[in-house]
Write a protein of this length. Structure first.
Length: 277
């Protein structure tokens, strides 16, 4: 029986077991997916003994994403560029491989939920400059986004992120996040603002073109205030749950040998666990 897990500290909140167990059952695979609470002190030892613990690989959540990349012997390009890993697997030679599927998850969901979002070449506004924003910028550039504007509360982090990706990514002050929406074809919230229990995202959408797409990567609540406001003024919206589901696809395929489908049934199953639907 093949076994995989998610490691984090804390790990209790992770939805990954629900997603992977749903697929294991759907495809009739003799496998298991566990939760492992691993402290930063234990990480190196845990990853070094993955095989002895009976695992073929794992997902990695906070705070281990950067350290997991460092611990891996082989890293895919996306993980190297993003500087963090969320998916690990042992290859046939027993080497620990690292990947980052957040960019894949974000773009695949965007393509599915808002086809032709990139038909016209227009600037993209990304709010945030943390790990998720970095993955999204990488994914958008790989998709041919011509210009990305970053706004982040801490301006220095936005400048650093823009600097890492070259001249097509620029930063503006957080206070200018509303006015900088003029002419944008896509707005992405990659901050934690708007999440249940966090501060609201205070953003005036008046300058955003009515045919722009608005994506929020926060998935609890499923319809954030940002998405509700965007929908009310006629913008197409993309919620964060799809990204969470699609980012899980490559790991499942690596560990269990089947490329799983992100189906409405899976979406309903995870939405119900969030108290939605
Ligand atoms: N849907 C998915 O699959 C998916 C995947 C990954 C992450 N996420 C979600 O995306 C969010 C960001 O994740 P992350 O890993 O990038 O986290 P992170 O590295 O901690 O970054 C957090 C971001 O939110 C900003 N922020 C936090 N509190 C703020 C406040 N009060 N006012 C203004 N900005 C604030 C931070 O700005 P500063 O730089 O100024 O602190 C930073 O840009 C989380 O809610 C996470 O759950 C969703």
């Amino acid at each position: 029986m093949k076994r995989a897990c998610v490691i984090g500290w804390p790990v209790e909140h992770s939805r990954s077991p629900l997603i992977h167990r749903y697929w294991l059952k759907q495809y009739g695979i003799d496998g298991a997916y566990e939760k492992e609470a691993v402290s930063p002190k234990e990480l190196a030892q845990f990853l070094g003994s993955l095989k002895q613990r009976g695992y073929v690989g794992c997902n990695v959540t906070l705070p281990h994403k950067e350290a997991a990349l460092q611990a891996a012997e082989v890293a895919e390009e996306a993980a190297r560029v993003i500087g963090a890993a969320n998916t690990l697997w042992l290859d046939d030679s027993g080497r620990l491989n690292a990947g980052n599927t957040d960019a894949y998850g974000f773009i695949t969901n965007l393509d599915a939920a808002a086809p032709s979002w990139n038909e016209e070449v227009r600037p993209v506004m990304v709010l945030g400059a943390g790990g998720a924003a970095r993955a999204i910028v990488h994914g958008l550039l790989a998709e041919g986004a011509g210009r990305i504007v970053l706004a982040n509360r801490t301006r220095g982090r936005a400048d650093a992120l823009a600097g890492a990706f070259g001249p097509s990514v620029t930063a503006v002050d957080w206070q200018k996040r509303g006015s900088a929406l003029a002419g944008c074809g896509l707005l992405v919230n990659a901050t934690s603002l708007g999440m249940t229990g966090k501060d609201a995202l205070d953003l005036d959408l008046a300058e955003l073109p009515p045919d722009a797409v608005v994506a929020d990567i926060v998935y609890s609540p499923l319809e954030t205030e940002l998405l509700a406001a965007a929908r009310a003024r006629g913008n197409r919206t993309v919620d964060g749950l799809g990204m969470l589901l699609y980012q899980a696809v490559p790991g499942f395929e690596r560990w269990f040998g089947v490329r799983p489908e992100v189906s409405p049934g899976l979406r309903d199953h995870i939405a119900a666990s969030l108290g939605e639907g």
